[in-house]
Design a protein around this ligand. Sequence first.
Ligand code: ADP
Length: 193
Amino acid sequence: MNLILFGPPGAGKGTQAKILQEEWGLVQLSTGDMLRAAVAAGTELGKRCKAIMDRGDYVPDDVIIGIISDRLDHADSARGVVFDGFPRTTAQVTALDTMLAERGQKIDGAIELKVDEAALVGRVEQRKLETGGARGDDTSETLRKRLEVYRTNTAPLLDFYRAQGKLSSLDGMAPIPQVASGLRHVLEGLRGH
Ligand code: ADP
């Protein structure tokens, strides 16, 4: 089973993707985590992306699509994947469909974590405290930019999955276990198909 988690920055995609990984054995593919690992390792790719990420913009599609394509070739991806932070643009949606089709796979479901934008500022501030400011993009100015980029580029992609009957929406403002339980229902429904 292959899933996508959608939601603005701070919606809880990473938290829920990790729970899905533990409960369902799905592999979490977080493009944000992969990019941060590249930055930390000081690779060419990391150097190219750091400034873009720090100002809250999206890194180029070809970079992201390359990373995901490599990752899908790993054997563990065949168990099923939860995409966290990908796709975020129309080009990425198209590329994902093609990459999965080439591997005899497809997206089974997309889940939107709906959140109140005003509350996200508080969440991201909290994350900053908890991580000691490890993420260069967790500042309130960058967050505003990331929210705007999400609204413009990524939120419209939900229509694509809605039109295919694959989209579910969950209240991302609910406590973590409640969101996780909502996801469990969605996955059970998908599995029953
Ligand atoms: P968040 O969901 O909180 O914005 P992520 O960790 O998913 O955080 O992403 C952090 C940053 O990494 C993004 O602001 C962007 O610069 C870059 N990034 C991650 N995934 C993508 C993607 N699919 N396309 C373009 N840029 C991406």
